[in-house]
Design a protein around this ligand. Structure first.
Ligand code: DCP
Ligand code: MG
Length: 371
């Protein structure tokens, strides 16, 4: 991607901070440096989970979203610390200020992740690789943190690339390498492929992009619904989604598709509790409170309903979110139903979220896509 690159290719950078919360803690507390560290719920507490783990802790198999108790079993000398959201938010604002030196087309995905469109950049540097290097260096010099970058011609490939060499990596997938890169990519790395879809694909003998490429657009849509069209295009290196700056956060959701239909209230409530925990973590991560809780249910026959309840004040605590979701579920009548998917979202943020921090982690839900 030099200055003389054909102008019809965009230059997209995806930046993702390395072990973000844990790195901020190690930076601010020198005694934690070089040590296995978990940021999240304490193992003594009920239902505490790992938000993130330092790279030293990952060597023991500790991962995000794992119960803290399990993390302690994997590494008995691991240090646990509670999250300090204001510190992460401050670091996040500073990285965004660094990005804005190069372009105004910045789309944050969360506190530690953003897409940048540098097809034209403010400093006339021209090379997206050079810009990514400069951004990484500025983050190191000014924030004493490291980031990994992916550079390519579209969002999907840039995001996938940023994950290839972590920590402190920079991966460039040029226009002529994009299709080969997609062909080799395992299906579970495709955006929109969660555990249920991945299982289904493997059952059909589809393991990589190259396998998906053998199917027609019709076949992909038939098997995977609307997202089949996205798979058809992306495996050919096509992803026309634009980098969208400053889109307001309207809602924050989490949902799960189950490998088998839920039939008992106990199972449904247990799953709802997990989903409520995820939503709650994200709300606290973004420091948001919502006034409306919406429950989404998809039944075994694919029929889908939503039910919601609003409050006069914004909420973001697990207790209220979970109890509201349970109440909404009970009111739908759960006798003799089969439930395939449950989801909870919070909306009506007050005050409105300043800029979009849309959740874009791979899940089985397809509603996050914009085609
Ligand atoms: N996070 C969380 N709960 C999760 C996943 C992440 O609270 N289940 C928070 C903590 C992370 C931050 O979001 O530090 C960024 O998430 P990433 O997935 O980018 O993970 P990290 O930045 O921690 O690590 P990596 O180096 O793999 O990007
Ligand atoms: Mg990260």
């Amino acid at each position: 991607m030099q200055n003389n690159a054909p102008q019809n290719f965009r230059k997209i950078i995806h930046i993702d901070m390395d072990a973000f919360y844990a790195s901020v803690e190690q930076r601010d507390n020198p005694e934690y440096r070089g040590k296995p560290l978990v940021v999240g719920g304490l193992p003594q507490g009920r239902g505490g989970v790992v938000a993130t783990a330092s790279y030293e802790a990952r060597k023991f198999g500790i991962r995000s979203a794992m119960p803290s108790k399990q993390a302690l079993q994997l590494c008995p000398h691991v240090i646990f610390v509670r999250p300090r959201f204001p510190a992460y938010k401050e670091a996040s604002q500073k990285i965004r200020e660094i990005f804005s030196r190069y372009t105004d087309l910045i789309e944050p995905l969360s506190l530690d992740e953003a897409y940048l469109d540098v097809t034209t950049d403010k400093l006339n540097i021209g090379s997206a690789i050079e810009i990514a290097q400069q951004i990484k260096q500025a983050i190191k010099d000014e924030l004493q943190l490291t980031a990994s970058a992916g550079v390519s011609i579209n969002k999907f490939v840039a995001k996938t690339a940023s994950d290839i060499k972590k920590p402190d990596g920079l991966t460039f997938i040029g226009p002529s390498s994009v299709e080969g890169f997609m062909e080799k990519l395992p299906v579970e790395k495709f955006f929109g492929v969660g555990k249920v879809t991945a299982q289904k694909m493997k059952g059909m003998g589809l393991h990589t992009g190259a396998d998906l490429k053998k199917l027609s657009e019709d076949e992909l849509t038939r098997h995977f619904g609307k997202v089949g069209r996205f798979f058809y295009q992306i495996v050919r290196g096509i992803d026309n989604r634009e980098v969208q700056p400053d889109r307001e956060t309207k809602s924050l959701a989490a949902e799960d598709t189950f490998p088998y239909d839920l039939t008992t209230l106990e199972e449904m409530e247990a799953e709802l509790e997990k989903i409520a925990q995820t939503v709650c973590n994200r709300l606290q991560q973004y420091q948001l409170k919502g006034r409306t809780v919406t429950l989404k249910i998809k039944y075994g026959d694919f029929k889908q309903i939503t039910r919601n309840q609003s409050f006069s004040e914004g909420i973001n605590d697990l207790e209220t979110i979970s109890a509201t979701a349970r109440r909404l579920l009970a009111a739908t009548g759960i006798d003799e139903v089969k439930i395939r998917l449950l989801g909870i979202s919070l909306s009506n943020f007050n005050p409105p979220a300043p800029s979009r921090q849309r959740e874009e982690k791979p899940t089985d839900q397809l509603s996050l896509f914009e085609f």
